[in-house]
Write a protein that binds this ligand. Structure first.
Ligand SMILES: Cc1cc2nc3c(=O)[nH]c(=O)nc-3n(C[C@H](O)[C@H](O)[C@H](O)COP(=O)(O)OP(=O)(O)OC[C@H]3O[C@@H](n4cnc5c(N)ncnc54)[C@H](O)[C@@H]3O)c2cc1C
Length: 389
């Protein structure tokens, strides 16, 4: 007897939703509809500055999972099934060649996020695209009714992949537990007015609270740049205000020797060997030290004041500023999702993938990796469950 087609709805045609549709594509028992108020994969176009940093060349899935301040434990199960190697195979199958940069970030050889979008869309032609905004979900027995701004649809199973920026209310109403969303990978607004430093980048700085290192960029609102994104991610759940302190020159441990060896050099020029000129002058201004003081005039107290400022450069953080690759910390509680199938433990037949769940990673391809991996596990879990219908 011919089996009835299983009608699957996917709300959200971003990387996670479209990738899930791809993994469901060749199953003859399934009919997939993707609902999105915008064009499919619109959100991928901006990734990696238009180049799409689609993964990171960390092939040990346990190491890979360490790049997620939220979700590490949950992802161990997901990544054991689908991690970097499988992602590269996925892209090969889509017809996209990839390369890896020295810093481990993986991109398409074309350096084109548009190519990634186009190839995915070529490969999910059987899916039906519904360009409408989902407003409400109702569970009627085993079925789901999705009410949009124009119509309503009935599905046997529902995949919810609306990303991290909207849609939580819809699923809260049917009993899904949400961890409060907070921005991550963001710039930080400082209480101190740093506009004099705007545009200055200081390299290889260490954040004393987290031990993480990288570059900081001073902006009109405060601080930004790779290290700040990472710190903002680790601190995403901390309440404001909080203080951060930075070691601006971690390997400056022979300062007195440097002063002794350069007795006639202005202190501003000594510091400029380690920090950008303008920044060196700023530090001296904060400490009320004449920038043209010669090294041999610097006594022990002044030396220690300078060193303290350099090794413990403190800033008061009062809020975040969306900037760059902003993602969301928070979303569907991981305790309430089966990591083997991505099915909700609270609402049978409802599945999740992508940024909508309480997983977020650092910059470097980790957030898209979460999309591909959870989409795969979701599609496979859903197909397995169909066998038992
Ligand atoms: C500027 C920028 C650059 C980035 N670059 C990278 C990068 O290079 N590498 C990386 O790993 N990560 C990057 N990220 C993060 C990455 O883009 C996201 O983690 C990823 O897009 C999440 O995919 P998703 O499918 O879960 O959600 P989304 O991409 O947010 O897609 C969700 C989709 O759902 C739709 N939707 C939402 N609500 C509704 C509704 N009610 N009804 C219908 N449709 C709805 C939206 O229109 C959207 O198309 C970047 C993020 C930003 C902002």
């Amino acid at each position: 007897m011919a089996q009835d087609l299983c009608n699957i709805g996917i709300i959200g045609a971003g990387p996670a939703g479209c990738c899930c549709a791809y993994f469901l594509e060749n199953n003859n028992n399934i009919k997939v509809s993707l609902i999105d108020y915008s064009s499919p994969l619109r959100t991928i176009l901006a990734t990696g500055g238009g180049r799409c940093n689609l993964a990171n060349s960390e092939f040990d899935f346990k190491e890979l999972a360490k790049n997620y301040p939220r979700g590490e434990k949950f992802l161990l199960s997901v990544f054991s099934k689908f991690a970097t190697a499988e992602t590269l195979e996925l892209f090969e199958n889509l017809g996209i060649e990839t390369y890896s940069q020295d810093n481990g970030r993986i991109f398409p050889i074309s350096n084109s996020a548009k190519e990634v979008r186009d190839k995915f869309l070529e490969n999910i032609k059987a899916a039906k695209f519904i360009r409408e905004k989902a407003l409400r979900i109702e569970k009627n027995g085993h079925k789901f009714k999705v009410v949009t701004d124009m119509n309503s649809y009935i599905f046997d199973k529902l995949i919810f992949s609306v990303g991290g920026h909207a849609g939580y209310e819809m699923i809260k109403r049917i009993g899904v537990t949400i961890i409060e969303p907070k921005p991550s990978l963001v710039g930080l607004v400082t209480k101190e007015k740093l506009s004099d430093l705007m545009g200055i980048s200081v390299q290889n700085v260490t954040n004393n609270e987290t031990g993480m290192s990288g570059d900081i960029l001073f902006t009109h609102f405060g601080i930004s740049g790779p290290l700040v994104y990472k710190v903002s991610s680790v601190k995403a759940r901390e309440s404001f205000p909080y203080t951060l302190s930075f070691d601006l020159v971690p390997d400056l441990d022979n300062f007195q020797e440097i002063l002794n060896n350069n007795p006639h050099k202005f202190i501003k020029n000594i510091l400029s060997d380690y920090l950008p000129n303008r920044f060196a002058e700023y530090i001296l201004k904060c400490l009320n030290i004449n920038p043209e003081l010669k090294s041999h005039r610097i006594d022990g107290k002044t030396r220690d004041k300078i060193l303290d400022k350099i090794h413990n450069f403190s800033l008061n953080i009062k809020s975040t500023k969306a900037d760059g690759e902003t993602v969301t910390a928070g979303g569907v509680s991981l305790d309430k999702i089966n990591p083997k199938t991505m099915e909700s433990k609270e609402v049978e037949g409802l599945y999740f993938c992508g940024e909508v769940i309480d997983v977020d990673g650092f910059c470097g391809g980790f957030n898209l990796q979460n999309c591909w991996s959870t989409a795969y596990v979701c599609a496979e879990g859903l197909k397995d469950n169909l066998q038992y219908l």
